[in-house]
Ligand binder design. Sequence first.
Ligand SMILES: *Cc1c(COP(=O)(O)O)cnc(C)c1O
Length: 376
Amino acid sequence: MNPIQMVDLKSQYQNIKSEVDRGIQEVLDTSAFINGPAVKRFQENLEKYLDVKHVIPCANGTDALQIALMALDLKSGDEVITTTFTFVATAEVIALLGLTPVLVDCDPHTFNMDLHALEKAITPKTKAIIPVHLFGQSCDMEFIMALAKKHNLFVIEDACQSIGADFIYSDGRKQKTGTIGNVGCTSFFPSKNLGCYGDGGAMFTNDDALADKLRVIANHGMKVRYYHDEIGVNSRLDSIQAVVLDAKLKHLDTYNLNRSKAAAFYSSAFAKSDKLTIPAVEKKSTHVWHQYTLQLHDSVNRDELIKHLSEKGIPAMIYYPVPLHQQKAYRDQRYKDGDFPISEQLAKTVLSLPMHSELTEEQLTHITNAVLEGIK
Ligand SMILES: *Cc1c(COP(=O)(O)O)cnc(C)c1O
């Protein structure tokens, strides 16, 4: 049995080695390292895959979120609502731009933003919402887009963990996460569902004018070389990363299917346990299982379980151990402990198991047996 890892990038690479190596060699041979044809090719293939008009590649997911916010021309003090139970980048860029992050709690079953709390958090200063499609399934975008329309708000989707997942409308129509709001943002960090071999990210939009603006901001605010119309940033996807992503994009649906199979294996093994709760699946989304996250009940000591798993060669991670409102950098007199009870509870009880496209039945059996033994 191969060693078990949270994400097994090495085994995945072995399976696409010839294609990736050939692509990287081509970049080396042509020396088109930045903005080469490989970036354009990947961009167009991703536009097709997502069925979106514009993909704007950039340097990482955090930049994608920042550039998206910069393109909306918000002013200091404007409020942007997001969830307290997410990776820090979502709120970080709001704060960095001098905007006010307004946090809301999450749903205890799906871990996604609590829609009732979102609606209640809207004030006359609210300008945008950043829903995070956490762990690989979509927030209720039908509800969020209707709410945004009613209050005249922008929607930036944080699709860093959900690439390939479909939102399913009430009438059954499907649309890829990240292509529904004004802008969608994703990350190609190596451990994401579509990851490169370094840093990378992209923005998605169907709005031509906004696409132009995002491109200009990502490129030093310049449309014509050395003429700067606005203050921008330098955020590029390089050609070597683009060939890796292009090779992997062809397999993304298979990778996500393998993740689903692993998740189904886990859930059927754990379904009967009264010591933990298996992750719930949103009715209005397909799930691409960026993470498989259990909630441990009070009778289980999480640290001891992690130690038990580790002794059996099984890594496990806590996503996320501290909600944003309890992070030192984001402590704020507006919020106190207890304000977001669901997120605070989750931070104490969640545990994510190894999840990637290369998990074998032998590995999954070893993991599920070890977990069941550890919670006995
Ligand atoms: C990974 C991630 C980001 C940031 O992406 P980077 O490429 O690491 O900058 C932002 N939001 C969420 C939810 C993420 O998981």
